[in-house]
Design a protein around this ligand. Sequence first.
Ligand SMILES: Cc1cc2nc3c(=O)[nH]c(=O)nc-3n(C[C@H](O)[C@H](O)[C@H](O)COP(=O)(O)O)c2cc1C
Length: 202
Amino acid sequence: MRKVLIVYYSLYGNTYKMALEVAEGVKEAGCEPVIRTVPELIPQEIIDSREDMKRGKELQKDVPLVTLDDFREAIAIAFGTPTRFGVVSAQLKNQIDRLSPLWQEGALEGKPAGIFVSTSTLHGGQEMTIFSLLPAILHLGMVFVGVPYSVKELFFTKGGGSPYGPSHVAGPDNQREIDPEERAILRAFGKRLAEIGLKLSA
Ligand SMILES: Cc1cc2nc3c(=O)[nH]c(=O)nc-3n(C[C@H](O)[C@H](O)[C@H](O)COP(=O)(O)O)c2cc1C
């Protein structure tokens, strides 16, 4: 079965839960979702001192760290990140900065890629965060995939989700669950990304 890599960073667990929804969409396209995370940069003692961070990390404790081979083997790649002051998290960017060998090989050229984002607030920078990562995707030669308006939930969402990519409003305490429209957009995105990956790798 062809693999679709879903590589994300998450501190409180919301972006991780989004990755699980993207994975459901990937399965609908008949592909295998490969969920991977990236190295943490926050000192462990800070995480240990915060119940909310510990809870978020506990949820993801079995998710392996991504490898370069995960990127090589995937026919499509979804990148997930929380917003950090309107841009991509340092943790996900740090992983992308480790992709130089693949850039030199041209290993990612022609593969479809998209971005999903979690923020605390509705207008806290979801679209900006996606665009902050877009140059890296293009430098690596990947083909950017968003969400078209045939996904009707884009018209009705009161939380996240835009043509630029799926998103989720986690709320000020990071406790707001993924709502039905956000879920539908995440799944449609996973399915679309996998289907485009199948076409481009045929
Ligand atoms: C340093 C820092 C900067 C943040 N900047 C923003 C921001 O610009 N806009 C916003 O809505 N939320 C911001 N947040 C909130 C996070 O985006 C939110 O906690 C995150 O989406 C939750 O995702 P997670 O559960 O996967 O960690 C920030 C959080 C931190 C720690």
